[in-house]
Design a protein around this ligand. Structure first.
Ligand code: ADP
Ligand code: MG
Length: 339
């Protein structure tokens, strides 16, 4: 029998690996917004065409890239954010895997324009199916614009898995809201098929929450803030009367990263237990900060699941912070403070 093992060509390997990172337009929204945040931008614009199926574009005023970096950024495992495995446990950036742009470039047509402030001319790069089609100097504002066009144009089977525009837009909006909630000092906009859906000015955490989740919450949020040597928690929970039968406005961020955690959700629900009807959920937006050495964020490609070194400690801390805030509110609502 002849030998039968073959190495996959790079662009096929990239297309396969991309499946983990880029499942739908919303995945690209998350990755591109996070890159703009990591680039130190304080103004980030998101443009969506045809529910992201024809266009997901993020324009930022961050640090930009040199010509060499602009070429390298589409390579797999190309990152400026970590150099060693130890860096993972000191990480302060949203990205570190160096996979997002390689994945996006493997499954779409990308146009990158980028310029560093100190450079007079920027660079324009077009990448199709992982292959650089065009590279030339260009006039552009300092910062970076990355446009992902025609997602899955080269993988019809995956394109067929995309859902209706309404569903894809819902996912996109969800990712946009998660990033925008975590960075109230950055202004964000979301433009969908030429219409501006969100225009968020820089502001406080509370202003951002109200802008995103609705002004109905304005007078109905209880502030939470508590610290130990190990960790801090701050944010807001809705007053008991705001609990709803439907879930949706519950957010946990760990070091500014949105995470899903049934376990921590349970800690919050426990604090509310006898104040709200069974099967209802209070809204909350909670930010936990702790030394990155105490969390492992590298357990899932989209980083929405993380591992805490001491999960029980965090659970107890979250629950007691909520209980204290609820007790303070029920005794003297007027003493509630603003963050
Ligand atoms: P990661 O974010 O994990 O490093 P990405 O594939 O998302 O990997 O990006 C690769 C690299 O490209 C980043 O490390 C960064 O150096 C650069 N980069 C990506 N997006 C931007 C941007 N908007 N502004 C400046 N540099 C960027
Ligand atoms: Mg990234």
């Amino acid at each position: 029998m002849a030998d039968i093992i073959q190495l996959l060509p790079d662009n096929l390997a990239n297309q396969i690996a991309a499946g983990e990172v880029i499942q739908r337009p919303a995945s690209a929204v998350k990755e591109l917004l996070e890159n703009a945040v990591d680039a130190g931008a304080d103004q980030i614009q998101l443009f969506i065409g045809d529910a992201g199926k024809s266009l997901v574009q993020v324009v930022d005023n961050g640090c930009g890239m040199s010509e060499t970096d602009a070429r390298l950024c589409f390579e797999r495992h190309a990152t400026s954010k970590i150099r060693s495995i130890d860096d993972l446990f000191r990480i302060r950036t949203m990205g570190f895997r160096g996979e997002a742009l390689a994945s996006i470039a493997a499954v779409s047509q990308v146009e990158l324009k980028t310029r560093r402030a100190e450079e007079e001319l920027g660079v324009l790069l077009e990448v199709d199916n992982s292959i650089v089609k065009r590279q030339e100097p260009c006039q552009c504002p300092a910062g970076t614009s990355i446009a992902m066009k025609n997602l899955f144009f080269n993988i019809p089977a995956r394109r067929n898995f995309l859902k209706s525009n309404n569903v894809e837009i819902r996912h996109i909006t969800e990712e946009f809201i998660r990033v925008a909630l975590a960075f109230p000092h950055i202004s964000f906009s979301l433009n969908q098929d030429g219409q501006e859906q969100y225009h968020l000015e820089k502001g406080s955490a509370k202003q951002r929450i109200v802008a995103l989740l609705g002004s109905a919450y304005n007078a109905k949020l209880i502030s939470i803030r508590e610290s130990t040597d190990y960790m801090n928690i701050y944010g807001f929970a809705g007053k008991p009367e705001t609990a709803k039968k439907t879930r949706g406005d519950q957010f946990f961020f760990v070091n500014n990263r949105f995470i899903r955690s049934a376990y921590l959700h349970h800690a919050v629900m426990g604090a509310f237990s006898d104040m709200i009807p069974a099967d209802t959920f209070p809204p909350y937006v909670l930010f936990i900060e702790l030394d990155p050495a105490h969390v492992d964020i590298n357990v899932h490609p989209t980083k929405q699941e993380i591992k805490f070194e001491d999960e029980k400690l965090i659970y107890a801390f979250v629950q007691s912070a909520l209980k204290h805030a609820l007790a303070r509110f029920s005794i003297t609502p007027a003493l509630d403070f603003d963050l």
